[in-house]
Design a protein around this ligand. Structure first.
Ligand code: SAH
Ligand code: SF4
Ligand code: F3S
Length: 474
């Protein structure tokens, strides 16, 4: 029984792809393991969005040289966005890698892994024979028989791959992601995603509905519809166009499904039909992630984000005015090419004004192959990027805390997701999320509430956590 292990970094797309890879490898007869050293197949599902993510993979691959020595027939593979971006460079920098397979080729994964395993097991036998003959002094044969390290490179056009879903492959049984669209056409100048994930392709609504129905039959109560620009979802057939708002109405009708989330939104295209759907459909989570990236018009122009800071502010006002109790989260890049102190201060003002639940803040990382790498110098010093990052984090933390404090004394409903602490008494701390995506923790005697919706009273708050108790009468 050959075992496989998958390590995943990056965004939700990769988490879902790892689940799909896991399902297809299990279907093909391999067995999952959580112990990397025991595995016969090790796959890294990689991210290219920042340099740091790539560096970490190269060093992890370097550390696996010894594994290849102990398992010469083992298959070491790189899948995901780095496979698409780096391609042959991976084999040059880590020659012991056997497989590089891009995110558009996931359907070929199990077939290719098996081919490599078969060849390598056979090669291993040949090599062993060669070694034995070497020991008996027949050295000449060696150079004739030992073959080159064979590897497979499978990158190319993008094909959708969302096959049978396997609950064993998921992080838990009651939450799942469903891809509704693939790729991105926006080409923000800093971003590698369009070149590693290909053009936008929306999946047919019926296929999405069928997949969610399967998931619900498997016990899923919360789904997250995912896409790099999920609100660009648009499927045309027979003169009828289905938009994300239409899809939300259709998905809402699925019995047994209790919560619907969707990420990530592009600020343009957050039209009223979508906001009304979020407001009017009780199952749709009252949380919107809409990355702004910067609060400066000049920077937004250099990023080619296609909106101004004031248009973004208007959108935020429209969202808060339309959807009661909605929370918003945001992404920002600090230290983008040529970002001056004044431009950065405009981002600070935007963060102060928009009252996000939280913000994800990234230091600009130049990516080879992007427009900004070609057009502009990465001229903001690393130390300045760090300072700007910390300033924004500090401001956001304060806002997050203020917002969370408003929940003290209130009752919220959460979906219990998992255990965060185990006490010596045997009690546990469980954690879950509200519809507005706030993390709530509470103590319970055991794990039985995981996967259930539950009402709790909030008694304390930190920037990222609400502390709760079960009501006395429950
Ligand atoms: N599709 C989403 C998110 C894509 S990647 C969107 O359009 O918003 C997630 C986040 O990584 C982005 O929102 C951006 O803030 C950040 N990011 C992307 N490229 C980056 C780069 N080159 N350097 C630093 N951060 C980057
Ligand atoms: Fe990247 Fe922009 Fe596309 Fe988001 S919208 S994935 S930031 S190119
Ligand atoms: Fe990274 Fe690819 Fe997602 S580059 S952010 S894993 S789409």
């Amino acid at each position: 029984m050959l075992k496989f292990y998958i390590e995943t970094v990056g965004c939700q797309m990769n988490v879902l792809d790892s689940e799909l890879a896991h399902s297809s490898l299990v279907q093909s007869g391999l067995v999952p393991t959580t112990n990397r050293n025991n595995a016969d197949v090790i796959l890294f599902n990689t991210c290219s969005v920042r340099q740091h993510a790539e560096d970490k993979i190269y060093s992890a691959l370097g550390r696996l040289k010894h594994w290849k020595v102990t398992k010469p027939y083992g298959v070491l593979g790189v899948i995901g966005c780095m496979a698409q971006k780096e391609q042959k460079i991976i084999f040059q920098r880590a020659p012991h890698v056997d497989l590089v397979l891009g995110p558009g080729q996931l359907e070929l994964l199990s077939e290719t892994v098996h081919q490599l395993l078969d060849e390598k097991l056979q090669q291993n036998r040949v090599d062993r024979e060669v070694d034995q003959k070497m020991e008996s002094g027949k050295k000449l044969l060696v150079s004739l028989k030992r073959q080159e390290h064979r590897h497979a490179e499978v990158v190319g056009s993008f094909r959708l791959f969302d096959p049978v879903r396997n609950p064993e492959a998921r992080y838990n049984r009651f939450q799942a992601m469903v891809r509704i669209m693939f790729g991105c056409d926006k080409f923000c100048t800093y971003c590698i995603v369009p070149s590693v994930r290909g053009p936008e392709q929306s999946r047919p609504p019926q296929e999405i509905i069928d997949e969610i129905q399967t998931l619900v039959r498997q016990g899923v109560v919360e789904i997250t519809l995912i896409g790099q620009t999920v609100n660009s979802y648009r499927y045309k057939t027979g003169g009828k166009t289905t938009l994300l708002s239409d899809l939300l109405y259709q998905v809402s009708k699925i019995e047994g499904l209790q919560r619907i989330c969707f990420v990530t939104n592009y600020p343009r295209g957050m039209d009223d039909d979508l906001l009304y759907a979020v407001r009017d459909l009780p199952k749709v989570a009252k949380h919107l992630h809409v990355p702004a990236q910067s609060g400066s018009d000049a920077v937004l122009r250099r990023m080619k984000r296609n909106y101004s800071a004031s248009e973004y502010r208007e959108l935020v006002s429209r969202i808060y005015a339309t959807i009661p109790n909605v929370s918003m989260t945001c992404d920002f890049i600090v230290g983008f090419c040529g970002e001056t102190d004044e431009e950065f201060l405009q981002t600070v003002e935007l963060v102060q004004d928009c009252r996000f639940k939280n913000s994800f803040i990234f230091k600009y990382s130049e990516r080879r192959g992007t427009k900004s790498a070609e057009l502009y110098a990465d001229d903001v010093q690393e130390s300045v990027k760090k300072i700007r990052n910390n300033i924004l984090l500090e401001i956001q933390d304060k806002i997050s805390l203020e917002q969370n404090q408003q929940f003290i004394g209130k009752t919220v409903e959460i979906l219990v997701e998992g255990t965060t602490k185990q006490f010596e008494t045997g009690d546990v701390q469980l954690s879950g999320r509200t519809s507005c995506d706030r993390i709530v923790v509470f103590d319970a005697p055991d794990n039985r509430l995981i996967g259930q919706f539950l009402k709790l009273n909030i008694y304390d708050a930190a920037p990222f956590t609400l502390f709760a108790k079960q009501p006395a009468d429950s």
